[in-house]
Write a protein that binds this ligand. Structure first.
Ligand code: ATP
Ligand code: MG
Length: 392
């Protein structure tokens, strides 16, 4: 029996006049995501991308990849048949035989976008439902609480049959490339990868920047950040990761600033360097992974001090989330296991014992004035390592 994948997209439908631009970007993202996976033919009609997979054994793998493409809300594997009511019935019977087992409650839902088809939707439901009920005496019609919802869609060229419960959920969101670019401050922690995923899910392309304090942080800590970028890249395709040498800045901060200000001065350097890098690479915003009150440097007063170092908009998508919610999201997207690997981050090496929780901008600026900020930033920018990270 011929099968096809129906990938349904969501919010793009709301785009009115821009819809075809969004659709073209989605199609090209799907092509990229499947390029090295399987030979496929793609066609788009009625808010659905039809993915015809040449090698049937690869259908599951293709579905897995489609489940990581932003813009797609649901993915179904469906049987394809002629637009003929008898064919549809026979296909439903055969294709769903493992779903319609004795005792199962079921209903049929039909959609007819080809208005020339001689049965309207309620008639299709009655015809197919009645037939399945006769053919499988053990199943029970239940339109309110079905175990199995048999979907019949009569579309432009063919009819499609599947069980709704076999659909898998897509990411939702908007196709990458529809929302310009932002620069993610990517640490080795749990939060920032989730923040990056959330913003890229809205269609925004991502560059990543990591501040690295060799030899205080090890080569393995760098590998970990690359690993995290490569997991995010499963959703976004290639990510440019910029590794910024941060040791000299941290040593100077440690030597010249009061200990309780160290973290915030350091965070302000990160923001400034990320902003310069973002401007060089035509990013329009910075992304960080803070949530209010999580640690001393994430009180509202501390966030104000950190964020006031730059003019560029700062996106903080986790700002109102609890740690547990962030962890759950990290598990869903697949970054958690890598984030909890034990390698140190540059911040953990230089953490003060009693960081200030209610800082004032003037005081931090005064501490900062002991450093040659511009020269330190320039030197760091001169020695950036660029890594092109591909999906893992
Ligand atoms: P995460 O889990 O993302 O490390 P965190 O809860 O440890 O976050 P902080 O250490 O206060 O929080 O850092 C706040 C944000 O600053 C991070 O979410 C990240 O966006 C950025 N950041 C921190 N350290 C680095 C680093 N070494 N390189 C790049 N960005 C960093
Ligand atoms: Mg951290």
């Amino acid at each position: 029996m011929k099968e096809i994948i129906l990938a349904k997209y969501g919010e793009i439908i709301l785009k009115g006049g821009n819809r075809s631009r969004f659709e073209n970007i989605l199609m090209s993202n799907i092509k990229n995501a499947l390029r090295n996976v399987a030979d496929t033919k793609l066609r788009l009609a009625q808010a659905t991308v039809y993915v015809d997979v040449e090698d049937e054994n690869k259908i599951d793998l293709v579905m897995e990849r489609l489940a990581k493409v932003f813009g797609i809300v649901a993915i179904a594997r469906a049987a394809v048949c002629e637009k003929d009511i008898e064919e549809i019935k026979a296909t439903a019977k055969e294709y769903l035989k493992n779903d319609l087992t004795d005792g199962k409650r079921f209903k049929v839902e039909a959609k007819r976008s080809d208005k020339k088809f001689p049965f309207n939707s309620p008639e299709i439901c009655r015809e197919v439902g009645g037939y399945l009920d006769d053919e499988y005496p053990g199943i029970i019609v239940d339109v309110h609480n079905p175990d199995v919802t048999v979907k019949v869609e009569v579309r432009d060229y063919s009819a499609y049959v599947y069980a709704a419960q076999n659909k898998i959920q897509g990411q939702g969101g908007m196709p990458i490339g529809t929302g310009s670019k932002a620069t993610l401050l990517l640490s080795g922690g749990i939060d920032s990868p989730v923040a990056g995923h959330m913003i890229s899910k809205r269609g925004v392309e991502i560059d990543a920047v990591n501040f690295f304090s060799f030899p205080y942080t090890s080569e393995r800590a760098k590998e970990k950040v690359i690993g995290l970028a490569s997991i995010i890249a499963q959703y976004t395709s290639k990510i440019n990761l910029y590794i910024v040498p941060f040791t000299e800045i941290q040593l100077q901060i440690r030597d010249k600033c009061p200990e309780e200000h160290m973290t915030l001065v350091m965070r302000r350097f990160m923001m400034r360097i990320a902003e310069r890098l973002a401007m060089q690479h035509k990013s329009k915003a910075l992304i960080t992974g803070e949530s209010v009150g999580q640690v001393a440097s994430q009180t509202l007063a501390a966030l104000d001090v950190t964020n006031s170092a730059v003019d560029m908009p700062i996106l903080q998508p986790l700002i109102g989330m609890d740690k547990l919610e962030i962890i759950n999201r990290a598990m869903e997207i697949g970054t958690y296991e890598t984030s909890i690997l034990p390698y140190e981050d540059c911040c953990t090496v230089f953490t003060p014992k009693h960081p200030t929780t209610n800082p004032k901008r003037e005081n931090i600026e005064k501490s900062e004035s002991k450093l040659d900020t511009e020269a330190l930033i320039e030197a760091a920018l001169m020695n950036i390592e660029k890594i092109e990270v591909y999906p893992q």
